[in-house]
Design a protein around this ligand. Structure first.
Ligand SMILES: Cc1ncc(COP(=O)(O)O)c(C=O)c1O
Length: 390
């Protein structure tokens, strides 16, 4: 049976290929140091597990969540969190939609707005979902290069007016995967003005909002006055609370896209298991006490890896956010070729930058979420192995 057009046109999901290569090496008994997929290696904190244990015995949670937007306890915890963390006031449920992690919402917002022939403005390099979904909907992704010299921010002035006119969504993702860049409010103001000028919605993927290293906390785009007319921001508990497997997050902001997303979801899924929503509410209420511990863990790993690579003479800059190092490959190498060399010669797994888009060529991504008994020691060993690279 021939598969549908939407499946025939997309490239394979990049992590599947990487996972296959990794499995092959492991089957041969090789000891890999894996800087591949970005998935927190630490367990979900105890206070979330405790809340979940209670919630799962609450009989209400055993049935469909018929609220549409999510349990009031969860939405109110989100509203409190957005107020405390960003100073952003949100009306529940009109401006908040609970989601099955962030990825589901990134998909469904495109289903809500993209018809054949529409354009989606997508950063390059980027998480693959934004672009693939544009294609699934019959639309097209227009790449906005993220260049090192621009702090890995897209140059919105470089989008041709004829493209901006046909665009319905503009994707941003700060703190950024894969570059680790953080956007400031000045940039978000520019993005909101651009959205108003061209009558489109800004979709800001804030999955990594709580992974940052400096004293300045990454802002929410919703802090920009007027953003609540044109911006929708996607948050997730996955990275903040080591909850990638739980599948819980939220979208918030302008009422129209929140409602558009909600309508798609009403026809596709039945929301996150309600007990998980209640556990997520408890997690958010513990945010202030918990988040510094999380950041300190990644800061130590970031500094160990950056110091180590710098000691080898590699031109590495310390990212201000997210848990990735975006590392330039040596002159004359491709990102895929260099990643293969690291895997074959050093047993070190990194992701070739080109899987994130054409402008990812020339880099590899190294995730700080490595699974090892002693991750700092594993980073040290990886640096030692890479130091022997011919
Ligand atoms: C930029 C970005 N957005 C979204 C996601 C998906 O996160 P979630 O687990 O919340 O679906 C990821 C996962 O790695 C990501 O890197």
């Amino acid at each position: 049976m021939e598969r549908a057009y939407r499946l025939r046109t997309i490239p394979p999901y990049p992590f599947r290929e990487i996972a296959a290569l990794k499995a092959e090496k492991i089957a041969k008994g090789e000891k890999l140091i894996d800087f591949g997929i970005g998935d927190p290696d630490q367990p979900t904190p105890e206070f979330v597990l405790d809340a979940m244990a209670d919630a799962i015995r609450d009989r209400r949670t055993h049935q469909y969540d018929e609220t549409g937007h999510g349990y009031p306890e969860f939405l109110e915890a989100v509203a409190r969190h957005m107020q405390r963390r960003f100073g952003v006031e949100l009306e529940t449920p009109k401006q908040i939609q609970g989601t099955i992690g962030c990825k589901e919402a990134l998909v469904h917002i495109e289903w809500a707005y993209i018809d054949p022939g529409d354009i989606v403005l997508v950063p390059d390099p980027a998480y693959s979902v934004y672009k693939v979904q544009a294609t699934f909907c019959g639309g097209a992704a227009y790449p906005m290069p993220l260049r090192e010299e621009n702090g890995f921010l897209p140059d919105l002035d470089a989008v041709p007016p004829s493209i901006a006119k046909r665009a319905k969504l503009l994707w941003l993702n700060y703190p950024n995967n894969p570059t680790g860049a953080v956007a400031d409010l000045v940039f978000f103001e520019r993005a909101v003005a651009f959205a108003k000028q061209h009558d489109l919605f800004v979709c800001q993927d804030a999955s990594y909002a709580e992974v940052y290293y400096g004293d300045t906390r990454p802002p929410s785009i919703l802090q920009v006055p007027g953003a609540d007319e044109v911006a929708i921001e996607f948050h997730s508990l996955s990275k903040t609370f080591n909850m990638t497997g739980w599948r819980v997050g939220w979208a918030c902001g302008a009422a129209e896209p929140v409602d558009g997303l909600s309508k798609v979801k009403a026809n596709v899924d039945s929301g996150t298991f309600a007990a998980i929503q209640l556990a997520a509410a408890a997690a958010l209420d513990h945010y202030d006490a918990w988040a510094p511990t999380l950041r300190e863990l990644y800061r130590q790993r970031r500094d160990a890896l950056a110091d180590g690579l710098q000691s080898l003479g590699w031109p590495v800059t310390r990212p201000p956010g997210a848990f990735y190092l975006w590392v330039r490959v040596p002159e004359g190498e491709t990102s895929a070729g260099f990643a293969k060399k690291l895997l074959e010669d050093c047993g070190v797994l990194v992701v070739p930058g080109a899987v994130y888009g054409d402008y990812g060529e020339g880099y590899v991504r190294m995730s700080l979420t490595l699974t090892a008994e002693d991750p700092l020691a594993a980073i040290g060993e990886a640096v030692e192995r890479m130091g022997k690279l011919a």
